[in-house]
Design a protein around this ligand. Structure first.
Ligand SMILES: [Zn+2]
Length: 289
């Protein structure tokens, strides 16, 4: 099952009891369907439960029976056979080419309308891959209408046209979560949030690991440089000419080539800054040889 089908299945379980919201949801589905004219009303979906939901809304609110047809290719279609019924629906939903006024009467109807639009043409990409919630609109006019509508509700929708198909979409996680929450897909919204937390955590761990690896590499490189310098001083017969403190440090490092500075401090009882200073001095002396 895809993320979109999970969301749509969750949305179809919401059965509004308000007649105002039922009209809005029905309008959202039909206005963004393939065809909504006196000649042909045709709604297509991959999911039988979405087709059944639309038939339920049309029957419940408009008292019209719509047909749920499954094509040979497995596509679920909802059609209205009677011309009079089609005229009734179109007159209720459209004003010329545009959505009719008064489809959204109350604040509660906003969510219902958008729920219908998502059921009709919405798509949610797997949030493990990317955050993208899109509406694949049936025409430029409807894309522009939806874009304007969404702009007033959740900030920064985007609109694009690709090969004659019009998309209105959101690409950031907060907008995707807000949209899912608004239309009533609370479980899906929670899942997106959980995935985001997990992703952030993984990124943070990677950053810490990279940082630790870089530090480790630095420590190892420093120890190798110091050991090489001390070997050079010994080979040149200069160990005995060093001060007592430097000589002790040179022997300490030579005997503990893999130890970190902190470990050397513990073994010798010297301070960190003192030991660090002497090791640097040993490297300088070796460089001068
Ligand atoms: Zn309402």
């Amino acid at each position: 099952m895809s993320f979109s089908s999970d969301v749509k299945s969750e949305l179809c379980q919401i059965k509004s009891h308000k007649s105002c919201c039922l009209v809005s949801e029905c309008a959202g589905m039909l206005l963004f369907s393939r065809s909504l004219t006196d000649e042909k009303i045709s709604f297509c979906t991959d999911f039988d439960f979405v087709a059944e939901h639309l038939c339920y809304l049309i029957k419940k609110r408009l008292k019209i029976t719509a047909e749920h047809i499954i094509t040979d290719g497995g596509v679920n279609k909802v059609e209205v056979m009677s011309k009079r019924d089609r005229e009734t629906i179109v007159a209720r939903m459209k004003n010329g080419d545009k959505p009719a006024d008064g489809l959204i009467q109350n604040e509660c109807c906003l969510a219902a309308f958008l729920r219908g639009v998502f059921l009709s043409c919405g798509n949610l990409t797997d949030p493990n891959k990317e955050y993208r919630l899109e509406f694949i609109c049936p025409s430029r006019l409807m894309a522009q209408y939806l874009y304007g509508f969404l702009s007033g509700i959740i900030e920064n929708p985007k609109m694009a046209e690709r090969d004659g198909v019009y998309y209105v979409y959101y690409k950031h996680s907060e907008a995707v979560e807000d949209m899912l929450t608004l239309v009533g897909a609370a479980n899906a919204a929670l899942e997106v949030m959980e995935i985001k937390v997990e992703k952030d955590m993984r990124n943070k761990l990677n950053r810490v690991n990279n940082f630790e690896n870089a530090n480790l590499a630095k420590t190892v490189n420093a120890a190798v440089d110091q050991t090489e310098a001390i070997k050079k001083i010994i080979a040149a017969g200069k160990l005995d000419s060093l001060s007592e403190a430097l000589r002790e440090t040179a022997i300490l490092r030579k005997e503990n080539p893999d130890s970190s500075l902190s470990q050397l401090c513990k073994i010798s009882g010297c301070s960190r800054s003192g030991l660090n200073h002497r090791l640097k001095r040993l490297i300088e002396i070796a460089n001068e040889l």
